[in-house]
Design a protein around this ligand. Structure first.
Ligand code: F6P
Length: 326
């Protein structure tokens, strides 16, 4: 057990629905243990620039259902520099902060890993990103909500696709990882899913879309991750059109709508468990780790491993999209 009197919590990187539910859990669990909480605004920049707000019981009331993050978020340029991190450490000392809870994704934890090794400040990370690309957790906060947003949007797209017998190429987020594309692709019954992890698919897609099979279909949906490796939905649409001039094709880029909205029940519960778990971990003396949920159990993964240890796409889901899109 470690005596902690004061912590700082912040959100960093791309926002994700459920971050507010997580902030609430961190604050209320801290107060339950008589720990004072500061919220740093705009991620690491808030620490560097001494931009804190005091968080109490009521400041996290009525936020569990809200998307975005009340603490704002940013990708700090200053924290990448040695000077920026020194300023952050000075600010932590000046404000008598004993430990930090960082809610974010791979950029957030890469920074946390360096900072921990330089200054030894106890930090616990909580995975908050719709990309779900962190090793050490089955789900990150926001992923489930983003999937539900996509399913809702693509169901609507399918209505119009069917009415016009059109092929829709729908681009979803995922610059470096295909978790969003793959899972949403299964959920919407996509004809095909293109992800960054598999590079040799355009010919496969063209073959798949050809022949008599599509004649018997009315509307069809292809899901493309933004970092698919071929150049995104418009490029894919061009390639399909070049081979099959008679196809009526439309492109839909879902964009940042995927990052907003009220968190799903799943994300609220996940965020609450991880937020409270992070506080317990700090009190137990853990640091330099990301808390996650694997097979419904809380687990801890060193920051470097969470970021660098490649999380694999579910191969069964990949082959399922092929089988089910007959
Ligand atoms: O939150 C992660 C992510 O959604 C990526 O999938 C995407 O490439 C990126 O954020 C875009 O974020 P921004 O527009 O904030 O730079």
């Amino acid at each position: 057990m470690v005596k902690i009197n004061k912590i700082a919590v912040f959100t960093s990187g791309g926002d994700a629905p459920g971050m507010n539910a997580c902030i609430r859990a961190v604050v209320r669990k801290a107060l339950h243990n008589n720990i004072d909480v500061l919220g740093a605004l705009r991620g690491y920049d808030g620490i560097i620039n001494n931009d804190f707000i005091q968080l109490d019981k009521s400041s996290v009331g009525n936020i569990i259902q809200k998307g975005g993050t009340i603490l704002k978020t940013a990708r700090s340029i200053d924290f990448i520099t040695v000077n920026g991190r020194r300023k952050a450490f000075d600010s932590i000392q000046k404000n008598n902060i004993d430990a930090i809870v960082a809610i974010g994704g791979d950029g957030t934890f890469s920074g946390a890993a360096i900072f921990t090794s330089e200054y030894g400040v106890p930090i616990i990370g909580i995975p908050g990103t719709i990309d779900n690309d962190l090793f050490g957790t089955d789900d990150s906060i926001g992923y489930d909500t983003a999937l539900n947003t996509i399913v809702d949007a693509v169901d609507k797209i399918r209505d119009t696709a069917n009415s016009h017998d059109r092929l829709f190429i729908v681009e979803v987020m995922g610059k470096d990882a295909g978790f969003i594309a793959l899972r949403s692709g299964v959920a919407v019954g996509a004809e095909a899913v293109l992800v960054p992890e598999t590079q040799t698919y355009i010919d496969h897609l063209l073959n798949k879309l050809g022949g008599d099979r599509r004649k018997s279909k009315s509307g069809s949906i292809v899901i493309v991750a933004e970092g698919d490796g071929y150049g995104g939905a418009y490029k894919v649409a061009d390639a399909v059109k070049e081979r099959y001039q008679h196809f009526d094709i439309r492109v839909s880029i879902l964009g940042h709508v995927q990052r907003g909205g009220n968190p799903s029940a799943f994300d609220r519960v996940l965020a609450s468990r991880l937020g409270a778990g992070a506080l317990e971990a700090l009190i137990e003396g853990r640091k330099g780790v990301m808390i996650g949920l694997v097979n419904k159990e809380l687990v801890f993964t060193p920051f470097e491993k969470a970021v660098k240890h490649h999380k694999e796409l579910n191969k069964q889901l990949l082959s399922l999209t092929e089988i089910l899109a007959l």
